[in-house]
Design a protein around this ligand. Structure first.
Ligand code: ATP
Ligand code: MG
Length: 1107
């Protein structure tokens, strides 16, 4: 559990001066002292933090401390700068209020340290991340760089800021740093050329000479020995507790982190070196003829080295130190410089060089740390300005510094004292005015546009004629003499005429923090801040990138005759801007107090502290705080912020905001003395009441968050539940449907099963019944059949029996008769009985054979070879004979059906058979051919009309045959006509008769045994036809031709039958020669055909394909 603490716990003295009793300056100082002695360096006045410089390091800035103060209320823990930083950061982050942290106090009071603690605290508590950390690192590391170049050891502070610094740190809406902007205010540049006793130049000079490597120093043409440089004071060259060499490394490292390029660092160091070199340039007078002295450089070595460093032509710079060119109205006048003027010019250049370098550094850092986004930013400004200082010898710089502090005090007074009191009055809160010193009058003395000191100084500087510091003082003496805070010996105010503490060349101002005596010497010069144009032009000509940028006015192309604004004017303007800027932000004050002048720990110089308490107006601050109210807020935002603490105001209050706040406070039972109602604001007296409200609000917010979470979770659960329910209903519906479907299908299939079983059962039952019925019927039939059978058989038996009985009777009777007959006729028939029986039996058998044969007769077809088997062996011959007779008979029957024509055909066929069967191989193929006779339709074909008419009688055969050429055996087609008397050979195409042979002249016909169609018609020797020789012809219808030819011979009585000679070799008479026609079997070349070839005179070979 979080332990609640308060600043009241373990308090040393009083943590908040508001609580001190009794309130007096003594008790105030006493309290500070007590706390200081116990290392409690921070004390509050309400929300203002008083910080005492401990001059020793305290263990109160650790990471644990940061965590301790993180997100804690201001008054919850003992006073600490972290509490203020946390408060500022949180109200920037959570309430969107821009903040500024104003750190004031005199030199050495610890402002710079305080600003660093604030920055480091904010860096530690704000967001983290690679980018954010880089930004933080850059912001933090800008400090060492600026401190090296802008801080110096003074008699009051070993690390005194010699410039004013205001840093705006920019944050995004989450409170993560985005970047920053640094503004610098008037660097005390006179320190570059001259330092008061016991003080040092800016740290960087010492750091460079101590910390840079030999190599770097060589490059920069520098010597490590401080004493070699006129601009470096020797009496406090080393400072206790300051390690310049280490600091140099830190600075180099910081420059790298911030984002300086290596060549930029080098340029910066070159400029620093150049300033040191510049300080060493010395001048000597050289008399001129006009009687004036002209300055000359004593030893040009340093000048040469410096020119080499900066890339400046030596002669140009040398001339600039000896001459000065004044331009006025198109005229250029060149005057020589005397030694003093040359030194003045040298120092002015050194100061300008350094201060411009410093401004460039600030700009360069700004470039690096600039926020990258253009989104709206929240800003926390940290102001660490040089503290109020009073030296023995105070010059223009102190005047400016103190003016600045005066302005800050003014702001403090404005916001904490005057503004607060005025607000009470404005808001109608009962208020007894508290007196305090308002330093507005001093500010007016300095900055008044008409007769302010700065205005007078400017006026004097711009005035034509001789202007000196004395004339300026005279002016002040006349203008400001009456002012109660201005003191001068020569003023009209006679009061100071005898004041010996006030020298004649000085004036004194009663600042809020004390009287300061300013020596006027140098005021005009410093305010003018003039650099001879010859010098700036020489610088512009430099071949060095940085130098060129630093002296833009040296550009001859941009010669500006207008005077630049004075230093005082610039400073006043920038302070004015700063004040305006600060007024827009919520201020947080750190009032730094210095315990002693010796920079020593443990020493508490009451008088010194008392002085600071007085001028810082801390007592007044406490008084106002005690009398007033710690917190105020307009009613609307107040109600908006705390409305959740009361039921009536939450969530919306309908009435006016003030009433809402009243109801709220009443409800919360806040004691009436703790708050007051203003016109537009509520005033809360005690911070504790505010914290009470905040605490309540925090709790309430937690409750509200819980409530929102609860409602959201409830809503989410309900949505989820409704979704589940809806889904469940859908799922259930689907499931029910599915289940019902399934059930229905089950029932249906069951019903089907049951139905089928029932139907089956019914069918079986029916079947059984039908079967039974059928069986019954069958049984009946069977029974009746059996019965009938029985009856029939019985009847049959009876009939049989009856028949047998009858037969028996007849048999018996016959037997009896037989016996009787046999007995009677035994004697008569005994000798013939055997023969008779034999004949009878034979007769009987024959009868049976014939009867059987009759039943088994074969068909009437003459080709039917079947014949029933012989039943008895003794009938074998009869059986064969009968078969032959039957065959002849059926042939006769068959023939008797024939017509004459068919008969003739068959006779021809028969004749052919007789002639050729088994003699000639061609015969079987002719059996199936009908012997048509006229194959060329000689009677009908008009082509053969003539031929037909030549034939005397009926043509028996007309066909195309092939006449074999006797010479070569080739065939030529011829019409072959056969009549009863002659045969004719005629041309196939024309029908012209080639040869006509009377059949009487034909002696024989020769044919082969083969399947060929060759036949030779042999003519009788001596006949008329024989003159040409025998004919050798070939025809497929050889069988028919020969048969017909043979039958003609057979039929005619007056002629001999023509011989048919069947042989494979026969002789043919060709004219005079007898040629042998020989048939051989072979495979002729022309496929299956028969080839005939005349071999020689005697031989004609016919090759017939083998079968
Ligand atoms: N909180 C602190 N803890 C330890 N030492 C401190 C603290 N504050 C200041 N100092 C010491 O006091 C010295 C001077 O402080 P600092 O430089 O902050 O003064 P300053 O107010 O900025 O002075 P100036 O106006 O001259 O710049 C520091 O160098 C440091 O040694
Ligand atoms: Mg400082």
């Amino acid at each position: 559990m979080e332990v609640k603490t308060s600043l009241l716990d373990n308090m040393i003295g009083v943590g908040d001066m508001v609580l001190i009793e009794p309130l007096s300056e003594d008790t105030f100082i006493e309290n500070l002292k007590k706390r200081f002695d116990h290392n409690e360096i921070y004390t509050y006045i309400g929300s203002v933090v008083i910080s005492m410089n401990p001059y020793k390091s305290l263990p109160i800035y650790t990471a644990e401390k940061v965590e301790e103060y993180r997100n804690r209320n201001f008054y919850e823990l003992s006073p600490h700068i972290y509490a203020l930083a946390d408060e500022a950061y949180r109200s920037l982050r959570d309430q969107d209020k821009d903040q500024c942290i104003l750190i004031t106090g005199e030199s050495g009071a610890g402002k710079t340290e305080a600003s660093k603690f604030v920055m480091s605290y904010v860096a530690a508590v704000c967001g983290k991340g690679q980018e954010v950390n880089k930004v933080k690192e850059q912001l933090l590391q800008s400090n060492p760089v600026l401190e090296a170049f802008g801080n110096a050891k003074t008699v009051r502070n070993d690390n005194s800021s010699r410039f004013g610094k205001y840093m705006d740190v920019e944050f995004d809406f989450k409170g993560d740093p985005l970047g920053g902007v640094i503004s610098n205010y008037l660097l005390e540049k006179s320190r570059v050329v001259k330092q008061p006793r016991g003080e040092r130049n800016f740290h960087i000079f010492y750091q460079l000479l101590s910390g840079a490597s030999d190599d770097t120093l060589k490059k920069l043409k520098l010597d490590r020995d401080f004493s070699k440089y006129n601009y470096l004071s020797l009496d406090s060259a080393t400072v206790n507790g300051l390690d310049d060499a280490a600091s140099f490394r830190t600075v180099r490292n910081a420059m790298q982190i911030v984002g300086f390029m290596e060549d930029e660092v080098q340029s910066v160091l070159e400029l620093v070196a150049a300033v040191l070199k510049l300080g060493n340039i010395e001048f000597k007078p050289e008399s001129r003829c006009n009687g004036f002295d002209e300055s000359r450089i004593k030893d040009k070595n340093d000048l040469k080295e410096m020119c080499e460093l900066l890339g400046i032509e030596q002669s140009v710079l040398e001339r600039a130190f000896s001459f000065r060119t004044v331009e006025a109205k198109m005229e250029k006048v060149s005057t020589t410089l005397n030694v003093a003027q040359a030194y003045y010019a040298r120092d002015a250049l050194a100061k300008n060089l350094y201060s411009r370098l410093f401004s460039w550094l600030v700009n360069r850092i700004n470039e690096s740390i600039k926020a990258q986004t253009k989104t709206s930013k929240k800003v926390m400004g940290v102001l660490d300005i040089y503290g109020f200082e009073i030296f023995e010898d105070n010059s223009f710089e102190q005047f400016i510094i103190n003016y600045c502090n005066e302005k800050l005090q003014q702001i403090f007074i404005e916001l904490t004292l005057r503004e607060e009191q005025e607000e009470y009055v404005r808001e109608g809160i009962e208020w007894t005015n508290i007196e305090y010193f308002n330093n507005a009058i001093i500010c007016d003395l300095i900055e008044n546009n008409k007769n302010g000191i700065l205005a007078m100084l400017d006026e004097e500087c711009l005035r034509p004629g001789t202007v000196t510091d004395e004339t300026f003082l005279d002016k002040l003496n006349t203008v400001c003499a009456e002012h109660q805070h201005f003191e001068s010996r020569q003023s009209k105010n006679s009061k100071f005429l005898t004041d010996h503490s006030l020298p004649h060349n000085c004036f004194r101002i009663q600042h809020y923090a004390g009287k300061v005596l300013y020596r006027v010497e140098g005021f005009v010069d410093k305010n003018n801040d003039l650099l001879y144009r010859d010098l700036s032009q020489a610088m512009y000509k430099a071949n060095h990138s940085l130098i060129k940028i630093l002296f833009p006015e040296g550009n001859p192309a941009k010669v500006n005759l207008k005077r630049p604004p004075t230093a005082g004017f610039q400073f006043r303007a920038s302070v004015g801007t700063l004040m305006k800027n600060l007024l827009t932000k919520n201020p947080n004050y750190i009032r730094c107090v210095k315990p002693n002048d010796k920079k020593a720990a443990h020493i508490f110089t009451d008088s010194l502290v008392c002085h600071q308490v007085r001028y810082l107006g801390l007592m007044e601050n406490v008084r106002v705080r005690r009398a007033g109210y710690a917190f105020r807020q307009a009613y609307e935002p107040c109600l908006e912020r705390y409305k959740m603490l009361c039921k009536q105001t939450w969530p919306h209050w309908k009435g006016p905001a003030r009433e809402g706040v009243e109801v709220l406070l009443k409800n919360l039972q806040v004691p009436a003395e703790e708050f007051a109602y203003g016109r537009s604001k509520i005033f809360i007296r005690n911070p504790r009441t505010l914290f009470f409200l905040e605490e309540k609000r925090r709790q309430c917010l937690e409750d509200l968050a819980t409530l929102i979470q609860k409602i959201y979770r409830g809503w989410k659960c309900r949505i989820h539940f409704l979704l589940l329910k809806k889904s469940q209903v859908v799922v259930a519906a689907w499931y029910r449907r599915f289940a019902q479907q399934k059930k229905y299908q089950n029932i249906r299939s069951s019903a089907l099963v049951v139905q089928s079983f029932i139907r089956g059962w019914k069918a079986r039952k029916l079947l059984r019944e039908l079967k039974h019925k059928k069986r019954c019927e069958e049984a009946v039939t069977t029974i009746s059949a059996y019965w009938h059978g029985t009856q029939a058989r019985r009847e049959l038996r009876r009939l049989k029996h009856e028949a047998r009985s009858k037969q028996a009777v007849s048999v018996i009777w016959a037997c009896w008769q037989g016996t009787k007959v046999r007995r009677e006729y035994r004697k008569f028939f005994r000798a013939n009985a055997g023969k008779k029986i034999y004949d009878f039996t034979i007769q009987r058998i024959m009868q049976k054979y014939f009867m059987g044969l009759k039943k088994t007769m074969p068909s009437m077809s003459p080709v039917d070879k079947s014949w029933p088997a012989r039943p008895y062996g003794f009938l074998d011959r009869t059986h064969q004979e009968l078969r032959r007779i039957f065959h002849l008979w059926r042939c006769k029957k068959y023939r008797s059906q024939f017509t004459e024509e068919k008969k003739a055909t068959y006779e021809e066929k028969l004749a052919a058979s007789e002639l050729f069967k088994d003699k000639k191989a061609l015969y079987p193929s002719s059996v199936g051919q009908p012997f048509k006779g006229d194959y060329v339709e000689i009677t009908k074909n008009p082509k053969y009309q003539k031929l037909n008419s030549l034939a005397e009688d009926k043509v028996l055969l007309a066909d195309v045959v092939s006449k074999i050429n006797r010479a070569n055996g080739k065939g030529a087609p011829r019409i072959f006509l056969l009549t009863k008397k002659s045969l004719v050979l005629a041309d196939q195409k024309t029908g012209q008769v080639k040869a006509s042979v009377p059949l009487l002249d034909l002696s024989s016909v020769s044919v082969s045994t083969q399947s060929d169609g060759f036949f030779a018609l042999k003519l009788k020797e001596g006949s008329t036809s024989a003159a040409k020789g025998d004919f050798l012809l070939s025809s497929d219808r050889l069988i028919e031709i020969i048969t017909k030819l043979h039958r003609i011979g057979a039929a005619s009585a007056d002629r001999n039958q023509i011989n048919i000679d069947i042989s494979d070799e026969f002789l043919v008479q060709f004219k005079q020669d007898k040629v042998c026609v020989k048939f051989i079997q072979g495979t002729p070349k022309n496929g299956n055909g028969v080839a005939c070839k005349r071999k020689n005179n005697r031989l004609l070979e016919v090759s017939v394909p083998s079968p």
